[in-house]
Ligand binder design. Structure first.
Ligand SMILES: [Fe+2]
Length: 227
């Protein structure tokens, strides 16, 4: 049974209203910001709500994969055979169908939160976390040479909880890994370069499909790169 209460103190923002002022208020309310300086707060975890009708990644994925329920992806031998790699899969092959929505998600949200975006990964990495299998090892992205200053965005296309989700530590080096509980329509922004994260064998009743990407706040214009 999904539990939609996170064990990690996320900031939560939405596209409604003035994002920047709302975000700043939340940061101040959480006591993570002094003298109006949000730089440290911007490196913490942010849970973002988005409109799944406007950014229809979920429906697009269902159409591409030919399944009504992404959570049941493990039931289809065809889906499992064709989708084993983050970069070589049916969603990556069909990315051009949804790329405009993807780019607008970045400009609508990330640019509002972070000011200017220098670069961002395009296409994103698509991941299939089937029941009974793992998805990624535990690591920090710096272990693989990712430069400081880049941030990660994780967008599950299914509800996620427990062992079908991403496990992440509360802060750099804490080692207290806990699963992120999120609804479809939410995205997580976090400092994956420094904060440890990974996945476990999926022992829930639902497969997880997600995409993720990195971006770098900084002087624009936002330029898509392969990362
Ligand atoms: Fe990573």
């Amino acid at each position: 049974m999904p539990l939609f209460s996170s064990t990690i103190p996320y900031l939560k923002i939405s596209l409604n209203g003035d994002i920047r002022s709302y975000f700043k208020n939340l940061v101040l309310a959480n006591g993570e910001c002094e003298n109006g300086n949000t730089s440290n707060a911007l490196m913490t975890k942010i849970l973002l709500d988005y409109d799944i009708q406007r950014y229809n990644f979920h429906d697009w994925a269902r159409n591409v994969l030919g399944t009504k329920e992404l959570e049941n992806a493990h039931c289809s031998r065809n889906i499992k055979n064709l989708n084993r790699s983050p970069t070589v899969n049916q969603l990556a092959e069909s990315f051009s169908d949804i790329s405009e929505k993807y780019h607008s998600l970045i400009s609508d949200f990330l640019s509002e939160i972070y000011g200017e975006i220098s670069t961002y990964q395009s296409p994103p990495s698509f991941r299939f976390h089937y029941i009974g299998l793992g998805c990624s090892i535990f690591h920090s992205d710096r272990d693989f040479g990712v430069e400081q200053g880049r941030m990660n965005v994780w967008v599950p296309l299914t509800d996620v909880w427990g062992s079908n989700s991403l496990w992440i530590e509360s802060e750099e080096g804490a080692g207290d890994y806990a699963p992120v509980s999120m609804h479809l329509g939410q995205a997580l922004i976090f400092d994956g370069v420094n904060i440890g994260h990974g996945s476990k064998i999926n022992t829930t009743s639902a497969s997880r499909i997600s995409f993720d990407f990195r971006f770098e706040p900084g002087p624009g214009p936002a330029t898509p790169t392969s990362y």
